[in-house]
Design a protein around this ligand. Sequence first.
Ligand code: ZN
Ligand code: ZN
Length: 215
Amino acid sequence: MKLLIVPVTPFMQNCSVLICEQTGQAAAIDPGGDLDRIEAALQGQGARLEKVFLTHGHIDHCGQSAEFARRHGVPLEGPHRDDKFWIDQLPAQGVKFGFARLEAFEPDRWLIEGDTVSFGAQTLEVRHCPGHTPGHVVFFHAPSRLAIVGDVLFQGSIGRTDFPRGDFDTLIRSITGRLWPLGDDVAFVPGHGPMSTFGEERQSNPFVGDDALRA
Ligand SMILES: [Zn+2]
Ligand SMILES: [Zn+2]
């Protein structure tokens, strides 16, 4: 499986394009905007979009995702249903942040802890990781030890928890209880900024590093 990261929207959100090298089929995770840039990434690889997956309901992650899925005639899966109140707010959020006109939508499938999603010959495991938003999910590709974590965890930081229905302790529990057990060697694509590994964050992250949690 091949990974391309396409930063989109004024928030520089990392849209992940995953390509199954056996089939040439692709999945886009969080195609929130700048759809032409995502199209170019797909075309550059000669890949055919098969699914759209969403980590959570924030505008930079899913603002234009329904339009993208419709353009390609593909299903949209995720996040967890608890983020419906965010998706319902997309039209208002679009006005607030000066985005093009945005639509609320109903994904073809809501996800829960333990689900799997698939495209091409690839399967991703779903981890429900509330705290930044209540319905936030993370996607894990076990064969390549890669996780797409949205705004749960960043290199050197964690997601904001000051939004409605955000909760700091819940976020810490999501990270330590549902991400760390996947293994220190797992590399992750955060919603913003550079990649890192769970092991590196356990060593040095000031919020969820092992030393920080002991203190
Ligand atoms: Zn977010
Ligand atoms: Zn974000």
